[in-house]
Design a protein around this ligand. Structure first.
Ligand code: TXA
Ligand code: MG
Length: 345
């Protein structure tokens, strides 16, 4: 059930959260499926509704930095610096947890991921509920993340209460940052860029995908995936394998209005100017639209891996089934995992 984000709806959803219920709500990144993070029984429902494996920990959402500090054993100076610069906003910080957070939330890990969203509806719901709110993206596990209330309903069905705050502003999930003895480690690129982080805290290590799972399964190879197979168009010099000719009904997902050397049935252009911020805000919705068109496959242009492009290329490579490539004037496809740094060019 989609309900506009009016004051009574916000009050009702806070009540529902306090009573151990689930509420889908908007944040600046994507819609989240929220529940009281201190209530293990309620949290178990989130895993069930999402069909999410129990080894995948949730992000806990708070309405203030003080509330976050209560969930962590200690807040190092570097975390305080990041909070001062990026909260509220799309940055999730992982630190050793206190007992207030049940093990189910963190998949048994001794750490908890926390963020303060930059969205007035999210902040009002969390404040009114008076508890930290565990909220994964409001999609079924492994699917495309929802950036509108309608997309949440498509994912979770008409029974789920969805507070409608319109399309989300950032459009891709938060950046997930952990801290190791050697310094900060980027586990998931997202709405705050690596460049922005380094400007505040100096060098940040980037965790390679294979190393990250299953400790951070949002980094599993296939994730954010449409039902239609998606292939990334590139010059895969030196990649051999069995290339199949592309079938007829091809959809295109393009960063900018490019002219393609093959005919397409449908195209989604993320930004007329190739602007990465605009592209991020439209990415999941564009993917969702193409996925509904009964296409044989989707071919996506690669996205340069700098700024928000790093997060976009990360989502694109995880959503993909392999490569698309022109061979003797014809489009061919190859099923093959796409490495995350392949947008570097
Ligand atoms: O923007 C966002 O972060 C959205 C909105 C709703 O806030 N939420 C979101 O949650 O993307 P989810 O559950 O789809 O992704 C959470 C990611 C996963 O990759 C998970 O593995 C990682 O955060 N994570 C959570 N707790 C962790 C921990 N203690 N250690 C390592 N990774 C953790
Ligand atoms: Mg997710």
């Amino acid at each position: 059930m989609i309900v506009p984000a009016t004051p009574p709806a916000i009050a009702d959803s806070a009540k529902k959260l306090r009573a151990g219920g689930l509420v889908a709500f908007p944040t600046e990144t994507v819609y989240g499926l929220g529940t009281d993070a201190t209530n293990a029984k309620a949290v178990a429902k989130v895993f069930a509704v999402k069909a999410r494996p129990h080894f995948d920990p949730l992000i806990v959402h708070v309405a203030s930095a003080e509330a976050a500090r209560k969930l962590w054993k200690a807040t190092p100076e570097i975390a305080d610096k990041l909070i001062a610069r990026f909260w509220p906003g799309p940055l999730t910080l992982i630190l050793p947890k206190t007992k207030s957070i049940p093990d189910l939330v963190t998949a048994g890990l001794p750490t908890v991921a926390v963020r303060m969203p930059d969205h007035s509806v999210a902040l009002q719901i969390i404040s009114a509920a008076g508890c930290p709110v565990a909220a994964p993206s409001a999609n079924r596990f492994g699917h495309t993340s929802p950036t509108t209330a309608q997309a949440v309903e498509e994912e979770l069905g008409p029974e789920m209460l969805v507070i409608d705050g319109g399309p989300t502003r950032v459009g891709i999930e938060s950046t997930v940052l952990a801290f190791e003895e050697a310094g900060p480690v980027l586990l998931r690129p997202g709405g705050v860029t690596l460049e922005q982080l380094t400007a505040v805290v100096g060098p940040v290590a980037v965790r390679a995908r294979q190393q990250a799972s299953p400790a951070s399964p949002g980094l599993l190879d296939r994730h954010y995936a449409p039902a239609t197979p998606l292939y990334i168009l590139d010059r895969p010099d030196g990649i051999d394998g069995r290339w199949e000719p592309a079938s007829r009904k091809i959809g295109a997902l393009l960063l900018a209005p490019w002219i393609l050397p093959f005919p397409v049935a449908s195209a989604q252009i993320l930004s007329q100017r190739g602007d990465l911020v605009e592209a991020a805000s439209k990415f999941f919705q564009a993917l969702r639209k193409l996925d509904k068109e009964g296409l044989d496959c989707i071919v996506a242009s690669p996205i340069p891996a700098h700024g928000l492009g790093r997060a976009l290329m990360d989502r694109l490579s995880r959503a993909s089934s392999g490569w698309a490539h022109m061979i003797r004037g014809q489009l061919h496809l190859l099923r093959r995992p796409v490495p995350e740094n392949s947008g570097n060019s």
